[in-house]
Design a protein around this ligand. Structure first.
Ligand SMILES: C[S@@+](CC[C@H](N)C(=O)[O-])C[C@H]1O[C@@H](n2cnc3c(N)ncnc32)[C@H](O)[C@@H]1O
Length: 510
């Protein structure tokens, strides 16, 4: 007998409460996914999950999807703005003269967005000037969700098995798990959307539920260098669950989302991506997942919580180090709670001593943040971050996340100032951290090698540049593919660096 449940509940598994047991949209989706060698099943405690029905290999595109709806992250204050069509940023974008919320880089993008924007423009331009300011990217995304549904209901734009509102309806909302505070916030935002649309057939409760869906299903759209450029809802890609040891990665080409395998995924395996920054202790990762996605992760990495390896990893990433320079061991809280004791040389550090350094770091961080927002010189900001770095070196381990984040900020400011030699030194300082905390195929590691290679090449360290660019290509060809302009640029740089290195070699040796 055919299984009437298109979600193919796995034998003996209990059903997730929030996943509808039967949804015609799911049946259509299931057959569309066959073409991708994928299927959806329900897994206890996880809900819907995406499974591979053939082997996938590193670099294979598992699935790609256009957004059901998306918005660039233009706020009323952000400059320059991003184009609604391609999300590129430019000082010469043209603003929609009627509603003032949409920006375009040219007529091609304006045309491709017109059917949806025509409806959006109508509702937004009715608002007075003050209310228009409250049309933030999140509000816009929700307004557009309903307008997109209307376009499909009215058959102005086609619906497909992978692009229809029923798939949005099937997303988890976690309404019974969210806090009272979040509920109030969603209700206020829903009120605003309701007052913009003025559609009697939709209700505020449904809009609030959709805001909750956005919180755990929408994706931040990033550019090739993983800088956020917008937000999008990709209802099929949203079926993919999280793991802190993912076998796939989500990247974007413009606004198209692509999931690529980063390791061999045998047929029958669940496809998993990471929803969060994985360079954090198990407690930090679990906290982030619980707060935003409302689940407790039980992936192989999280399952080690409390074991010796896990404690050591957490200590290295986030713990304090012994102040004895020669020791540098891990500090653990003393049983009386009055201080910390080194697990190596047994030296005790009082709570006050640590608190003093942390307070100093916090004050300096506030100063750096305020100087950055008041556009003070990068030089001033760098000198504050260097003070922070010095204090953090005393307090944390060499592979501490806090220390690495400070060095990243110094690196970015040095690049802005075009202080290439010092920037390269900082980039080289961060690479061992990336190598330690990320798996060997991770886009952030690839991008850091790329930055290093570009700096080395610019500074004439050609042989080193070839090594770094080769490492960047080895990773990024898997995570980013090879067809984008970004990757073609990288491959060309590597070729040119290789040619230059061999020229240099022959001029020395021949
Ligand atoms: C983007 S959705 C993923 C698809 C979801 N399972 C569904 O049924 O639609 C995110 C939600 O899936 C669940 N989820 C994702 N990864 C999980 C995991 N590793 N363990 C348990 N639940 C998970 C959580 O409820 C989370 O809020």
């Amino acid at each position: 007998m055919n299984n009437p449940n298109p979600l193919n509940q796995r034998e003996g598994e209990k059903k997730s409460a929030e996943v509808p047991s039967f949804h015609p949209a799911m049946e259509n989706l299931q057959s569309a996914l066959k073409d991708y060698s994928l299927s959806v099943s329900t897994v206890p405690e996880k809900g819907r999950s995406l499974f591979a029905s053939r082997d996938f290999y590193p670099g294979d595109v598992i699935i790609g999807q256009e957004p059901y709806v998306c918005v660039p992250n233009n706020s009323s204050l952000s400059t320059p703005k991003r184009c609604d069509g391609c999300f590129i940023t430019s000082d010469v974008l043209r603003r929609c003269s009627r509603c003032h919320v949409a920006y375009y880089c040219g007529t091609a993008c304006q045309r491709s967005e017109w059917k949806l924007h025509r409806l959006e423009c109508e509702v937004v331009s009715r608002l007075d000037k003050d209310k228009r300011k409250s049309v933030t990217p999140s509000i816009r995304l929700m307004v557009r969700l309903y307008l997109r549904r209307k376009l499909q209901d009215d058959k102005v734009t086609p619906s497909t098995a992978m692009d229809n509102y029923n798939l949005v309806e099937a997303l988890v909302a976690h309404m019974s798990d969210i806090t009272e505070e979040q509920l109030v916030l969603y209700a206020q935002m829903a009120n605003l959307v309701y007052s913009i649309l003025k559609w009697p057939e939709i209700n505020i409760k449904e809009i609030a539920e959709n805001f909750s869906k956005f919180a755990c299903n929408a994706h931040t759209i990033c550019d090739n260098e993983l800088r956020p450029v917008g937000t999008g809802l990709y209802p099929v890609i949203s079926i993919i669950n999280h793991s802190c040891l993912p076998n796939s990665v989500l990247v974007f080409e413009g606004r198209s989302a692509l999931v690529r395998a980063v390791q061999h995924i045998p047929a029958g395996t669940e496809v998993v991506i990471s929803y969060i920054e994985t360079a954090g202790s198990t407690i930090t990762r679990q906290k982030a997942l619980k707060e935003q996605y409302l689940f407790t992760c039980t992936c192989p990495r999280c399952s080690k919580m409390g074991q010796k390896d896990d404690i050591q990893e957490s200590e290295i990433l986030e713990g304090y180090r012994c102040k004895n320079e020669k020791c540098g061991g891990f500090l653990l809280r003393t049983t009386d709670g009055k201080g910390f004791q080194c697990q190596g040389c047994q030296l005790v550090m009082g709570k006050e001593e640590i608190k003093e350094i942390i307070t100093e770091i916090e004050l300096l961080s506030e100063e750096a943040a305020s100087k950055s927002s008041f556009s003070c010189s990068y030089q001033e900001v760098i000198s504050i971050y260097k003070k922070i770095e010095k204090l953090q070196t005393k307090l944390y381990h060499p592979f501490s996340i806090n220390l690495m984040q400070t060095r990243e900020k110094i690196l970015k400011s040095l690049m802005e100032l075009e202080h290439w030699t010092e920037a390269l030194a900082y980039c080289k300082l961060t690479i061992p951290f990336y190598e330690k905390v990320y798996p060997s195929v991770h886009p952030l590691l690839g991008l850091q090698y790329y930055t290093c290679g570009k700096l080395e090449w610019y500074l004439g360290e050609t042989e080193e540049a070839v090594k770094s660019l080769t490492k960047a290509v080895d990773i990024l060809r898997i995570t980013h593919g090879t067809n984008t302009r970004f990757m073609k640029d990288l491959l060309m740089k590597l070729e040119e660096a290789r040619a230059e290195a061999s020229c240099k070699w022959s001029s020395i040796h021949c």
